[in-house]
Each structure stands twice: as C-alpha cells, then as structure tokens.
Design a protein around this ligand. Structure first.
Ligand code: ADP
Ligand code: ZN
Length: 741
C-alpha cells in the first residue's frame, strides 16, 4: 500500500478531509489511520490520514506535501475511520473532530511516564481551616482554592485539577502559591495498569425462567448477525446477569464485547462484578490519568481484552473481533455528549453493530421512548424481564400531596408526616432509609422580602444556590461564588430569606427529627476528591450510616438490601423544566429511585412527595406502569411532532449581547428557510434559550423539526460551514438534542 496523495482529516470545524502529496520517502509509512504532520494555512497541524489517492481531488498545484509521519502504526483501522465518518455526517461536524474524540487524550500524546506538579498546603493540614477562615474577604478566590484542598482529603491534585475543583482559574491557583499559601511539588508518575479493583467472586446463580428465556432469545438473535434487542427489565430483575451470560457466550466463541454504562454507575462495584466473570477486562473511564487510558487502550488494541467496559466514549474502543455491544441504562442522558462531536453513544452503538454484523442489547427499566417506539414498530426485538429475581415484589409506592400536607399542618416541613412515620418504623426496625432530592445546596433562592431582590449570578442571571456548610452562594451553571451576607445588596435590608430546598436543608431537617441516626449526604459537594464517592457508599453499605440523602447520584444502580424505605422528597424538580422530555425524565427518575427499595428479603416501600399528585408521569410511576406512561406520552409526542415521531436539530447561538444573539439567530433562520429541505421542516424560533444568559453570554436557539431524518441531516450539513466559520458568535449544531436548556 503506497500512494502519491492522501486525504487528511484535521481537528477543525471546517472541511472534512484535505488533499496532500506524499513525498516518496514517506510513502511506505503513510497508511489510512496513521497521523501525519501537515502544513495548513500558516502553521503545522497533526491530522489523520483517512484515504489514499492516486490523484488529488483538487487542482494539483494547490496540493502541499505532508511534512512528517507521526506514528509507527495506524491508530485507527478502516472500520473505525468509517464509523467516525458516519458520526461526522450525522451530527454535523468534521471527520477530524470525531477522530480526535475517538482516541483518548493519552493515546494522542502517547504518555508513558511524566513529571507532574501537585499542590500541597504551605502549612500544617490541621491549620488549613483556620487559615481559610482568616482570609480577608477580597481574597475569597484564594479561599476557594484552599477550601478545595481541604476537600480533596489528601488526593494529590495538579494545579489545574485544583482550579477545576475550586471553580477558579489556573491563574488564581498560581496567585495562591505566590501568596505563600500553597506549594507545588514535582512528582514522577509512571503509568501502570488499573488493577486496583479486585474481582468479586460470586456464586453462580440459577437463572430465573425469565432470564432463561431472554438468554435463549439472545442466542437466537445473535446467530442472525446484526440486530438490536431492547431488554426491558424492571429494577432488580437481573438484567446484568443476562448481559454477563450473553457476553460469556460471545467470549467463548473468541469474540469480544463492549459494555457501555453511564459514567455515574461505573463504580468499583460494577467493575468488580465484571472482573469476577471475565479474566481479561479493560476499563475506560474519566478518572483514569491519560497514561492509564493509553495503557488500557493499547491492551484493547492488542486484542488482550475480552470485555471492554466504559462510558460513552468506549463505543470507540479499538475492538477488532466485536461480538456484542451492551448499552446498560440506555435511557440515560449521559450517553449524549454535550460538546463536539455531539454524538449519542447508544445510537452510535447501533451503527457500529451494523458495521460489525453483531448484536446490540439496550437494557433499561425505563427505556427511552425512542427505543421503546422502535421496539413497538418491530425495528428492535423486545425482551422483557417483568419480575424481580428471587420472587421479590416491586415496592409499593404511595403519593403524598404536599400542597394538602402544608395546608393541613401549616408548616413548610420538607418531610411529610407520612414519610416521617415510615422512616421511624424503618429505622426502629434496624433497616436503612434513602431520601432523594435532585438539588444540592441548602436553599435554591435567597431573597429579600423588603425589596424583592433575589441573589442572582451576575454572569448567568439565574438565582444562586446557598450552600450553608461551605457558606457560599454558588451559581450551579458557571461556578461563580459569592460570600453570602445576611444583608440585601440592593436595599440593605437585614433579613434575607431562603426558599427552595436542597440536600443540605433536608439533612438539617432529618438530623433534627432523627438525632439518634447517623446520616450520610451524597451530592457533588460531599463527593469532591477521587475516593470520596466510594468512601461514603461503603459507610452506608456497612450500616454505619442509617440514612442516605442524595441527588441523582444515589438514584441509580445502587443495590443496598437493607434499604426498606425510599423517600422521594420532591418529584417536582424535573416536571416543570421547559423541555418536552420533562414528563419522561420525571417518570424515569421516580421509577429508578423506587428501584433502590426492597432489594432484600425484608421488602420495601416508596413514598413520593409531590405538589402534582395527579400528573400522569407520577401516577404511572406509582403503579410501576411503564406501558401506561409510554402510551400516554407517545400520544403527546405524536401530536406535537416530537421524537420519536419527529427528528430535531437544535441550533444554539452564544453571543456577547442579546441584540447580536437575536440577529445571528434570525440570520440562521433565514438561511434555513432558504434550504430546499425547508418545505419538509418546521422551524421554531429564534427564541432565547431557557437559560438565556450563561457566563455573561446571551443564548438563542432555533429548533428544526422534521418527520424525515434526511431533512435534518441535510440541514446540519448545510449549516456546518456557517457554524464552523470564525466569528464573534458561537454556533452549536445539536442533532437529536437531549438538553433543551
Ligand atoms: P438489574 O440489573 O436488573 O437491576 P441485577 O442483574 O443487578 O439486576 O440483579 C439484582 C440482584 O439480583 C443482584 O444482586 C444479582 O446478583 C441478583 N441476581 C440476578 N439474577 C439472579 C438469579 N437468577 N438468582 C438470584 N439472584 C440473582
Ligand atoms: Zn453563573
């Protein structure tokens, strides 16, 4: 294989692949999938050789020679190049942008060992808290740096990681060092495999009849080559066991499997379970250092992993003998990447499986309506596990109407009388309780009753959340922080009031009501630092903590048999989001949280508190009626042409001012309306995004709706040059958007 010309994909928004000449001396080394250095405009860039050419596709006089070849061997095989090409075409970005995302950072830089700087306090750790408290107000950013250092619990953090944790700039960390508050220390890290997770030896279970049937079906489907199976199993029905067995069959045939899980459920517990069954497991996740990722990637590349487990990016793992892809919790939003390339890993999984001629299993207790509808229409096979294992029943759920509760008790208590009684019963019986609220912090609105002034982020204009333990008001979108003062910044009034509850406030109320029982709170405030997550969970697992309070972090996947009561403190947080999926999210959340109850022989129950006791998503969740919910919701979607009946392209404009944002968005709308596809599309907007201002920037969007996927694809392609062009406003194209904010 040697060619005089090649096409090179660059990690730039514009173009797809650029022609270059290959000097004779480099021809033997230039093959598809290898990286090359090329002159581009007035600089040199590294790109991916994607095609060999006998003759250039443009005027030969314009073709420059490549400067150098970077790798000894290609990093991507032809199938992977092709898959990435499909992703680029479908999601409206460039081939090079996708290739860049398909390789973990450590692979691109081929890190093996390196020296890093880690930050340590310049005084005794025990003095840290006191030092933070003594800092003058104008140094609060530095205080945040020190505070983050306290929260890191001895994890060694680089200045950049620390800045990220503290929500400040790298410059602030440097300034903190200049001020003599912290030191940097050099540390050499050599990269070695991630073998710190010990396998879990499990007794082989006897499959339930439902599991047996599912496996027989899967074996039959697998023999047919490509196919998609939606495995709809209620929480605790043994879906994971089904994946494990199906994967074992695949591995026994000498093939490999990829398992995609939401990042949040990629816990040591999950990894242990897979390692217990398979000798050669590769794990890819975001907590790995670049070097560790490179190490895992090379292991996979050499064909030395039978099973690859990871979050969405693992769909690009360099597996050659692909025999099965499993997407666990397929309904999860985290499978969608929210920056370029904005791919949905579940959908890419289906494309990759088609390419490899293998089966995909999409598993969930609450399938996305997209997948459910595909199953309904016969495009996907549909397999059910309608019962929990060991004959355990699904927990009964009761709804508490919080409006009635408040008017009857005349108190704004967060825990209803009913929930309190059930908590007491559970705790008195030595069981454990989980309380869920999808909002962290203490109060979600700090407000002056005298002048109506509410504390808002100066950059995002949305209310700041007060965090009492850290004693700051925090913007949950941009990380802006302010020292809270009891004084209204607008009128000087001295009585700021707090509305809306977060997990901290629940913790307070529960501690007051149940002083005898240790509480564990889990949200992104308490789990900063690399090991915190595990530490807090094992404190609950061991029974040392009796009540677990948390955000979505505790909603999914966890299996604590001693939990007999789960309380959803408010089911309303997701219900009124300006998003056509609000009802679906609410149903999923309530059903998933409920799934944490009654996983042991002691049984369990669920209390759902809401001010919307008659909403169909809540009623359906309360009776574990997925089908009922799905059919009602699908009717709404059909009426409005939303997915799965229509396809969407969301175009988001981020500009310096409202006027500019509106003008740019208006212009884009005109461009869209002039497209040949416009006749088969509905164009909504321009409108301000629900989050109209973020980090001081004005945000506007257009929503393109079409019943035909091809129209959306064509529109994305047509808009790409505009979106990629350098300009003052940033334009993002989001095909099949998940976030509507
Ligand atoms: P899901 O993924 O559907 O929530 P899991 O596969 O995690 O369910 O199974 C829930 C629990 O039941 C796990 O502890 C698992 O080991 C156990 N389990 C799974 N299948 C069986 C079975 N056939 N018999 C007994 N226990 C089982
Ligand atoms: Zn903000």
């Amino acid at each position: 294989m040697s060619a005089p010309f090649v096409q090179v994909a660059l990690n730039l928004p514009a173009g797809d692949a650029f022609d270059y000449a290959v000097p004779p001396g480099l021809r033997a080394r230039v093959v598809p999938g290898i990286r090359v250095r090329v002159p581009f405009r007035n600089r040199h860039l590294t790109g991916y050789c994607v095609r060999l050419l006998d003759a250039p596709t443009i005027d030969a006089k314009l073709v420059k020679p490549i400067a150098d070849v970077v790798d000894e061997e290609p990093l991507l095989d032809p199938e992977m190049l092709e898959l990435c090409h499909w992703v680029a075409g479908y999601y409206g970005c460039s081939w090079g942008e996708v290739l860049e995302a398909a390789l973990p950072a450590g692979v691109r830089h081929q890190v093996v060992s390196r020296t890093i700087q880690v930050v340590e306090p310049a005084f005794e750790p025990t003095e840290l808290q006191a030092v933070v408290a003594d800092l003058p107000a104008r140094q609060r950013k530095r205080g945040a740096v020190l505070e983050a250092l306290v929260f890191s619990h001895g994890d060694e953090l680089t200045p950049r990681q620390l800045a990220e944790m503290a929500g400040c700039s790298l410059a602030t960390v440097h300034a903190t060092r200049k001020a003599g508050l912290v030191r940097y220390r050099e540390k050499v890290v050599t990269e070695h495999p991630v073998d710190d997770v010990q396998p879990e030896e499990t007794e082989p279970v006897r499959l339930t009849d439902d599991q047996e049937i599912a496996l027989r079906m899967l074996a039959r489907k697998r023999a047919d080559g490509f196919g998609v199976v939606l495995l709809h199993g209620v929480t605790g029905s043994g879906k994971t066991e089904v994946y494990l067995r199906a994967m074992a069959d695949v591995v026994a045939e000498g093939k490999q499997a990829i398992v995609l899980v939401p990042e949040i459920s990629l816990t040591p517990q999950t990894i242990r379970r897979f390692k217990g069954r398979f000798a050669r497991v590769a794990v890819l996740h975001s907590h790995l250092t670049p070097g560790q990722r490179y190490e895992q990637w090379r292991t996979i590349r050499r064909g030395e992993a039978d099973v690859v487990i990871g979050p969405r990016s693992a769909i690009f793992a360099p597996v050659e003998r692909l025999g099965l892809i499993v997407v666990d919790e397929e309904h999860e939003n985290t499978f969608k990447q929210e920056n370029v390339p904005r791919y949905h890993a579940r959908d890419v999984a289906v494309v990759r499986a088609r390419q490899a001629g293998c089966l995909v299993i999409l598993g969930s207790a609450t399938p996305s309506l997209e997948s459910y509808n595909n199953a309904r229409r016969g495009r996907y096979a549909y397999l059910q596990l309608p019962r929990r294992v060991l004959g355990l029943p699904l927990p009964p759920m009761e709804i508490v109407d919080m409006t009635a509760e408040h008017s009857e008790t005349r108190r704004l208590s967060l825990i209803s009388r009913r929930l309190e009684i059930l908590m007491r019963t559970a705790l008195d019986n030595d069981a454990q309780v989980m309380l869920f609220l999808n909002r962290r912090g203490f109060s979600t609105l700090v407000y002056c009753p005298r002048c109506q002034h509410a504390l808002r982020c100066p950059r995002c204009e949305i209310p700041m959340v007060y965090h009492r333990r850290r004693n700051i008001a925090l913007c949950h979108y941009c990380g802006e922080r302010q020292p809270p003062s009891g004084i209204c910044p607008s009128c000087g009034g001295a009585k700021m009031r707090h509305f809306g509850a977060g997990t901290e406030r629940i913790e307070d109320e529960v501690a007051r009501k149940f002083p005898a029982y240790p509480i564990q709170r889990m949200d992104s405030d308490t789990t900063r630092g690399r090991t915190a997550h595990q530490r807090l969970l094992s404190r609950f697992r061991s029974g040392e903590a009796r009540i677990l309070i948390g955000t979505q972090m505790i909603a999914k996947g966890l299996d604590f048999p001693q939990v007999t009561l789960v309380g959803v403190v408010s089911a309303d947080t997701s219900l009124y989001l300006p998003d056509f999926r609000a009802a679906e999210r609410t149903f999923q959340l309530v059903e998933q949280v409920a799934g944490r109850a009654g996983r042991g022989l002691r049984g369990g129950r669920v209390v759902v508190q809401t001010t919307n006791p008659h909403h169909y998503s809540i009623l359906a969740a309360a009776s574990h009626d997925y089908k009922g919910f799905a059919e009602t919701e699908l009717d709404f979607r059909r009426e409005l042409g939303y997915p799965p009946y229509g396809h969407l392209l969301r175009v988001v404009v981020t500009a310096a001012s409202r006027d500019e944002g509106r003008a740019r968005c208006q212009k884009l709308a005109s461009t869209v309306l002039a497209l040949p596809e416009a006749s088969s599309m509905e164009v909504l907007g321009p409108a301000e995004c629900p989050l109209a201002t973020l980090k001081g920037k004005s945000r506007w969007h257009l929503l393109l709706k079409a019943s035909d996927r091809a129209a959306i694809r064509a529109a994305a392609q047509a808009l790409r040059p505009i979106a990629g062009a350098k300009g003052k406003a940033r334009i993002a194209l989001d095909v099949d958007p998940v976030s509507m904010l």
